[in-house]
Design a protein around this ligand. Sequence first.
Ligand code: MTE
Ligand code: MOS
Length: 760
Amino acid sequence: MTAQKLEEPIRRLEVPRLDALEKALGETKYTTDNVEEDALYVRVVRSPHPHALIRRIDSSRAERVPGVVRIATARDIPGSNYIGYVVQDRPLLCHDKVRFVGDSVALVIADTSESAELGVQEVKVDYEELPAVFDPGEALKPGAPKIHPGGNLTARHFVRLGDAEEGLVRADFVVRGTYSTPIQEQAYLETEAALAYPKSDSMVVLGSMQNPFMVKKAMATVLGRAVPNVRIIQAPTGGGFGGKQDAPDEVCSMAALAAWLTKRPALLAFSREESAAFHPKRHPMIFDREMGVSSDGKITAVRASILADGGAYASLSERVLFVAVTTAAGPYEIPNVHIDGTTVYTNNVPMGAFRGFGKPQASFAAELQMDEAAERLGMDPAEFRLRNILKAGSTAPTGQVLTSSVGLEECLVRARADSAWDAKRRTGPGQGEKKRGIGMACTIHPEGLNGEADAATASVEITAVGQVVVKTGLTEYGQGIHTGFVHIVSKVLGTSPDRVSVVMPDTDVVPDSGPTVASRSTVFGGKAILLAAEKLRGKLAKVASEMLSCPPEVIVFEGDTARCQGRDDGRVGFEELVSECFRRKLNLKEEGTFVKPLPFWEAGHGDLSPSYTFAVHVAEVEVDTETGKVEVVNYTAAHESGTVISRDQFESQIIGGVAQGLGYALMEELILKDGIIRNKTFLDYHIPTAADVPHIRTIIVEAPDDFGPFGAKGVGEAGIEPVAAAVGNAVYNALGFPIRRFPFTPERVYEAIEERASRS
Ligand code: MTE
Ligand code: MOS
């Protein structure tokens, strides 16, 4: 692909990204940069088998390795061994059996990382191998190896609206297909790491993570009464993408266990190979899907079944499945919907949260099938979508009537115009070996924790010298959310952004604002912060009104001053105003809590969230039919996420999401053979580099939302959601037939072309 050209001059950012300079200068201290001399190093003994009973663990030789301080097994855990977000099915250290290649069996704690590594090699585990199962369909069959005591079914979900059978019968035609999506590895730059410090009556753990309060909860399970006081501090975190939702529960608990057993600080940091082997990844899913369409281009019904491989432990499979099932019909008005989803245990690496959380998979199946139906109709795919897409007041496929902002249609119209869609569809693929194609895909993203109650609390405090300090449990791991919080506070208080700081989450210092997942920080954290800042503004306005002699309602805060609206005579500076408040012994600390209206979900239908974000992407590709190579030559991403708080952050999230989506669409393919990951490093697991990413044109549609701060909605995940589908439809347009599985690697595309040629 061609390298991104700088088409616009570099602009000055409205609010400079808080962490940018220190990261660019290499000054940021990640977890492993904080190790002190007396720290011990922990390494994990991992299972080489996908499924086996543990007969005996012999650590005697390992204990004699110079530098090894201690070996820990399940027997050394003072609390409970079982952790997990949804189902507590994952042992921190396996004691009776292992369920995937890489499952944790013991910890080796040593003076140096090298000694610990040598110790790992000397721990002898007697395994009795069990038959294993790697295919989710096979895992559900009677007689399949049973991975957990309760069997191999992890969860089921469904959606029911109208009568799908009837809707398919009434249709003028039905399109059917099986679509499959690959595993994707989060590939964050910083691998997992935790540093635990024992104190006389407590334990402090510093680590790379998304959810410190969830780690604290896990620690209460693992350490239990042995260490009642645990304090979790989030270190600067080099990427999460969902992979650091639940995995840090284990990493931090292991480091803490080592520190508790030895009474010394202990570091556990993973190599790239270990990271790849261990943390939950994007679920591969298979969609059997049929869609009924009338001859005038209206969708009459969608019926689908989804099968997800959840790997060896539950992780977030149940939640990811819920999102895939409830968005599988796509962002369309469909009167009859029948969707069933199942997620299954196998002896593969666990699957869990990854940016998009089930939607990139659902979008691929739905959007490819949309184009197949458009072809049957002889209708332009953009036109076909326009006839069916959700608008304000529409009933979504889950039965919810959409009341808040719905900017999908405008996204589609503008992406179509921006990409010169109509002209390019007319031109067609061309005559040569290199075929051009242009494809479109839409996405629907329900805000926040879908179908669940959700709330967040934050505090804002003004110090005597006029610094504004924001405390929230919502973490920064690359999204730029803390910079977004600064925007919100400085807007409400009319201060310059450099007065405002956001405290690094520390469970002893900040409130629990819920997990930093599901693109929820802008809406939940942002709104809680806005509410707190507004309370402070009310207090400041009262004092300013007395100082300036005008009613508090007309006090305007801007440019670090307060003044009376419509009057230019007097102003009071922010610091002076704050000093006056302190003289009057006013408390300038406020809390805000935002509670989402409780969604209704029952018997396969209901509300997922009060509001939704939308996107329409258009990809243009060139497919070399001689080699199968797909090159993305143009890309347009139109997004509606309510009001935009920071344009720079917003666009960078979209561009990052698209880049990660292009990796998913074109090259990322985790090779799993008999449960063993064959490509654990970036040498063979390819992710896009800057040279692989074309210029991505972003279009921002603003449709203010009823709930979020200033009408904003989240944007963290949506950028990745329609990418594989847009690329898939562009490849379809170039070749004249759809390829229903990806990544669109040269081999896969070439084979599809050959197979097609042999059939005709
Ligand atoms: N962007 C960067 N740079 N790094 C990340 O790890 N994670 C994504 C997305 N964008 C991620 C990212 C995921 S999985 C989520 S849920 C959202 O950010 C969270 O964003 P929010 O803080 O805006 O809610
Ligand atoms: Mo994001 S997958 O919700 O951390």
